[in-house]
Design a protein around this ligand. Structure first.
Ligand code: SDX
Length: 393
């Protein structure tokens, strides 16, 4: 029987919705934010300017950018009482578990004053989410390492503020390294939005019922955590560490090709890209640049990653299945060089993707024709039949 999917502005099928925000051409390896190529934005723009672009559709004037950055900066603190949510977690809780819980709890602090039918209040919710996610992610990290929380500093830019909240300690001054801050900002830009990926679709479906944006984004964080999605950056670095040296690569390539082995090359393949993920190319250049500037260009993990990529891209299995490195293949190498544990890789993906989630939420909620999402199925169960009395079973 034909796969007949009805189309409407809501969310009912794999052709889920129409959107003006991000365009992907999987065959050409093209990614555009509101029409601008990701390669140009990664080189010339910065994360908050990309946030403005994704939210409002155009690059800002200098005055508009200054106003936007000021509004975000002045919403980076979270309600003081929210810190008690962190203390309910075990110290070894994964930071993603903490983020799911704390972001969901934002509903109890900010939702009451958020009428999503009021365009201005939708703006405020968007600004709050973008502003507070780095603070929550940094607090999740601090809690997991048993260090005191560090408040945001308005004198720092968005990426530098996040690094400061993660790595500063009361005992000594932490000076944000501009190399690391620029690299972090670029990582955030590369992860900002990506059309209707699993977590964005989760946010759209959850909020299509009218659920508040904070709870809907908590659902997106839960979805992103999976190793087939945002959790791949952590899984990829752990895989590269397990491979250890280039001479062990063939063993893992063989495992990835073995249909009876569930192992897959983490950071490889994509549901849409059947060519290079353009973000992976930028990330690879950034890894070379950052590790070079940090004087660790002979990093063994980077060597293994590059050799693994070279071998895989010459292997018939990967070539025939059009499997290329994706955004998660090199990102962990940079984040590890910055001093982050692997458990913080996906939280950084989540805080970066928040602008994509909230921009797509705003686009959907602002559509007066929007309906609740209702995916359909292809039923393959038992045909209609009458009840069987227990004696006859
Ligand atoms: C992200 O959707 C998005 O936009 C996501 C994302 C975003 O920005 O939001 O781009 C972020 O999630 C990137 C993907 C991160 N995940 C990983 O790196 C995990 C490793 N990759 C795989 O799990 C896999 O490639 C997926 C989940 C990404 C895609 O899975 P599919 O849909 O099964 O892949 P496919 O249809 O392209 O697979 C084709 C074939 C299959 O074999 P056959 O069934 O044809 O025999 O290739 C095989 C797959 O088994 N395959 C792999 C593989 N990925 C696919 N084999 C070995 N290693 C891999 N990594």
């Amino acid at each position: 029987e034909a796969d007949v999917f009805t189309y409407d502005p809501g969310f009912t099928s794999t052709a889920a919705c129409s959107s003006t925000i991000t365009y992907i051409d999987g065959d050409e390896g093209e990614l555009l934010y509101r029409g601008y190529p990701i390669e140009q934005l990664a080189e010339k723009s910065h994360f908050l300017e990309c946030c403005f672009l994704l939210l409002y559709g155009e690059l800002p004037s200098a005055a508009a950018l200054e106003d936007f950055e000021s509004r975000v900066t002045h919403h980076t603190m979270i309600h003081e009482q929210m810190q008690y949510f962190f203390r309910g977690f075990r110290r070894d809780a994964h930071p993603m578990a903490i983020m799911v819980g704390v972001v969901g709890a934002m509903s109890a602090f900010y939702h009451d004053s958020t009428d999503i039918n009021d365009p201005w209040q939708r703006e405020v919710a968007a600004i709050r989410m973008i502003a507070k996610m780095p603070t929550i992610a940094a607090m999740a990290y601090k809690y997991s390492v048993g260090q005191p929380f560090v408040y945001p500093k308005n004198s720092l830019d968005y990426a530098g503020n996040f690094l400061h909240m993660c790595f500063a300690v009361p005992a000594e001054e932490y000076v944000v390294d501009p190399i690391l801050s620029r690299a972090m900002d670029r990582i955030m830009m590369l992860h900002a939005d990506h059309e209707q990926n699993a977590s964005t679709s989760t946010v759209r479906l959850a909020s299509s019922s009218g659920a508040n944006p904070f709870a809907s984004i908590a659902a997106g964080i839960a979805c992103l955590w999976g190793p087939a999605h945002g959790g791949a950056n952590q899984a990829c670095l752990e895989m590269l560490r397990e491979i250890g040296t280039v001479d062990r690569i063939p063993e893992f390539i063989a495992r990835a090709k073995d249909k009876d082995d569930p192992f897959r090359l983490m950071g490889f393949g994509h549901r849409v890209y059947k060519n290079f993920d353009p973000r992976a190319k930028v990330m690879k250049q950034s890894a070379d640049e950052v590790l070079g500037l940090l004087g660790i260009e002979d990093n063994e993990t980077l060597k293994v990653a590059k050799e693994l990529e070279r071998i895989a891209l010459e292997d018939e299995y990967f070539v025939s299945k059009k499997l290329y490195p994706n955004v998660d293949f090199y990102s962990g190498i940079i984040l590890e060089a910055m001093g982050f544990p692997t458990s913080m890789f996906t939280p950084i993906f989540a805080l970066s993707r928040t602008v994509g989630w909230i921009s797509q939420w705003k686009e959907m909620i602002s559509d007066p024709e929007q309906k609740i999402g209702r995916p359909r199925q292809r039923y393959t169960g038992a045909p209609r039949r009458d009840y069987a009395e227990i004696e006859s079973r």
